[in-house]
Design a protein. Structure first.
Length: 236
């Protein structure tokens, strides 16, 4: 499990207003604007690359279409996602999210290949430890584009919970969910944690049809181990 601040670096994060000049876009790990405003709707740009020369060749626009606030002041919103490659619209789809924290931000990440991959994750969450993030996995490739999967993640110092694509190709890959939390109370050792693995899933595309198969019971831990934070990270 990575430190909380490293979580955002690994997500290949960029977020900015649609109408800003390209040359003014902040570089790595600098985020422009917040998503939730009490007075106006917004459009945010999500990049999948750090390279300032190529980031506008592959990005997504997130249009906030409507929002409502519940009794707990959490925001539920409807968005329209638009994925662009070389400034050409490749795929557009609606997205509804409940329970959005104020000033949450968008992040983008390529999966399996950090340079060129049709698999990309778009994440929404407040950029601080202890907040739950929503992660949406898409396959973006011309007329084959579609949404694949959603999971939640959270980071709090050395502990957290997240999903990851662990092996395979863009058309045939495996996913699992991991939780690493404190487990050394009985040993009075705060450096010891318990790693739990659940939801091992096989994704496979055949003739533009995606099959999702759970290899382990859904939401059930299938493997658990107690180890130090250092040992857990060195073994990943």
């Amino acid at each position: 499990m990575k430190k909380c601040f490293l979580l955002f670096v690994l997500l290949s994060i960029f977020s900015c207003k649609k109408d800003i000049n390209e040359d003014s876009v902040h570089t790595k790990n600098q985020v422009i604007s917040s998503l939730i405003s009490p007075h106006q709707l917004t459009t945010d740009t999500v990049f999948f690359s750090y390279d300032p020369k190529t980031r506008f060749e592959d990005y997504a626009l997130v249009h906030l279409k409507s929002k409502t606030y519940g009794k707990d002041s959490n925001c539920s919103a409807k968005f329209q996602l638009e994925f662009f490659q070389k400034r050409r619209l490749i795929y557009s789809a609606p997205l509804s999210i409940k329970g959005i924290d104020k000033e949450s931000e968008w992040y983008g990440k390529l999966e399996l290949d950090s340079v060129a991959s049709p698999l990309r994750t778009i994440t929404l969450g407040y950029p601080a430890c202890g907040y739950i993030h929503d992660n949406y996995l898409y396959y973006i490739k011309e007329n084959q584009s579609q949404f694949l999967f959603h999971w939640n993640s959270m980071s709090d110092g050395e502990w957290g919970s997240w999903g990851e694509i662990i092996t395979g190709t863009a058309d045939d890959f495996y996913y699992r969910h991991i939780t690493f939390g404190g487990g050394g109370e009985e040993d009075n050792d705060e450096s010891i944690g318990i790693a739990e693995y659940s939801d091992s899933i096989h994704f496979k595309k055949t003739n533009n049809h995606w099959a999702l198969k759970y290899l382990t019971p859904k939401d059930k831990v299938y493997r658990q181990s107690k180890q130090s934070y250092e040992a857990f990270n060195s073994g990943k």
